[in-house]
Design a binder for this molecule. Structure first.
Ligand code: ATP
Length: 290
C-alpha cells in the first residue's frame, strides 16, 4: 500500500463543565463528546524524496510545523524511524477555530493513517498517549463515537451511541481563542451546570428529548457575553423546531438537534437567510457500536 485516504470527523459537546483550575494552568473538565459526520478529507502518500509536504485547500492555514497534521507526521517519522518521505493533502471542511476540534481530529487521523500505511504495530493505548502530547482532544478523536471526557479531556469513558437525529451546525464569522475563553471563565457567573450522569442515562435509553433538555455548556457564559449572536442563533434554531441548541466547546459554533433531516435542512435555509452565515452544515452523529 503506497497511499491511504482518511476521514477526520469533527466533534460537538453535548455537555461541558469546568470543575476547577489545575496547578499547571489547565482546567479540570467533565464533558460529553460526540463525533459527527462533518469531516475533513486527508490523503497520505509515501514518496521517495525525504521530508513531509503538506498541501491544503485553505490558503491561510499553516502547512509547516504549526499544523497538527505536520506535527503528528513528524512524531511518527522520528519515533518509528520511517525512512520514506510523505506527501499529505488536506481538504478542510470543518470550520477552523470553531470549538469542533478540527485540528485535533486531523492530527488523530494522521496518526492512524501513518500507522496503517506502514503497518506499524502500535497499540491504541500508545497512540492515545502520543496523541495527548499533541492536544487534549486528540485521544477522543482517536476513539471517536460518544464518550465522557474528564481530566483535561484525555480521560475517556465510552458511553452508549447517540440517539438517531439530524444536527445543524452553524459557525458564525467570529474568531474565538480557546485559551482566552478559559482565562476569562468566572465560575460565579455560571447559573447552571450539566448533570452528566443524567445525560449518560438519557443517551443510553435513546431518549433524544431528555438528552436535548439536559445539554449544558458552562463556557457559554464567557463566549455569549462577547458574541451575543450565539444566543440569537440558539433562539432562532429553537424557533425553527430544534429539540435543543447549544454552543460547542469554547465556541463560537452553535449546533441544533432536529428529529428529522428535513426539519434540519429547512432550519439551515432559514439560518442562512436570517444571519447571512456561510458556514452552515447538516450532519448526523457518528456512532461506534461495540
Ligand atoms: P477545539 O475545539 O479543540 O478547541 P477548534 O475547533 O476551536 O479546536 P481548530 O480548528 O482545531 O480549533 O484550530 C485551532 C488552531 O489550530 C488554529 O489557529 C489553526 O491555525 C491551528 N491548526 C493547526 N493545525 C490545524 C489543522 N489541521 N486544522 C485546523 N487548524 C489547525
Amino acid at each position: 500500500m503506497d497511499s491511504i485516504n482518511l476521514k477526520a470527523r469533527a466533534k460537538i459537546n453535548i455537555s461541558l463543565d469546568v470543575l476547577g483550575k489545575r496547578d499547571d494552568g489547565y482546567h479540570d473538565l467533565s464533558m460529553i463528546m460526540q463525533s459527527v459526520n462533518l469531516c475533513d478529507d486527508i490523503f497520505i502518500r509515501k514518496t521517495e524524496e525525504e521530508g513531509i509536504t503538506l498541501k491544503t485547500n485553505i490558503s491561510w492555514l499553516p502547512t509547516d510545523g504549526r499544523n497538527l497534521i505536520y506535527k503528528a507526521a513528524s512524531e511518527m517519522v522520528s519515533r518509528y524511524e520511517i525512512k520514506s518521505g510523505l506527501f499529505i493533502s488536506l481538504r478542510k471542511v470543518i470550520p477552523v477555530c470553531a470549538g469542533l476540534a478540527g485540528g485535533s481530529t486531523d492530527c488523530a487521523a494522521t496518526l492512524i493513517g501513518i500507522r496503517n500505511l506502514f503497518n506499524i504495530n502500535i497499540p491504541m493505548k500508545e497512540l492515545m498517549a502520543l496523541g495527548k502530547e499533541l492536544g487534549a482532544d486528540v485521544p477522543f478523536c482517536l476513539i471517536r463515537g460518544t464518550a465522557l471526557a474528564e481530566g483535561i479531556g484525555e480521560k475517556l469513558t465510552r458511553i452508549a451511541p447517540f440517539p438517531k437525529c439530524s444536527i445543524l451546525i452553524v459557525k458564525p464569522p467570529v474568531n474565538v481563542s480557546t485559551a482566552t475563553v478559559f482565562k476569562s471563565y468566572a465560575p460565579e457567573k455560571v447559573t447552571a451546570h450539566p448533570d452528566n450522569e443524567k445525560l449518560i442515562y438519557c443517551i443510553k435509553k435513546g431518549d433524544l428529548k431528555g438528552t436535548c433538555e439536559n445539554m449544558c455548556n458552562v463556557l457559554e457564559s464567557v463566549t455569549i457575553e462577547e458574541y451575543p449572536v450565539i444566543a440569537e442563533i440558539k433562539k432562532f434554531m429553537n424557533e425553527k423546531g430544534a429539540m435543543g441548541a447549544m454552543m460547542s466547546g469554547s465556541g463560537p459554533t452553535v449546533f441544533g438537534i432536529y428529529r428529522t433531516y428535513y426539519s434540519a435542512i429547512s432550519a439551515l435555509k432559514a439560518v442562512k437567510e436570517k444571519f447571512g452565515i456561510k458556514e452552515c452544515y447538516v450532519t448526523n452523529a457518528f456512532n461506534i457500536f461495540e
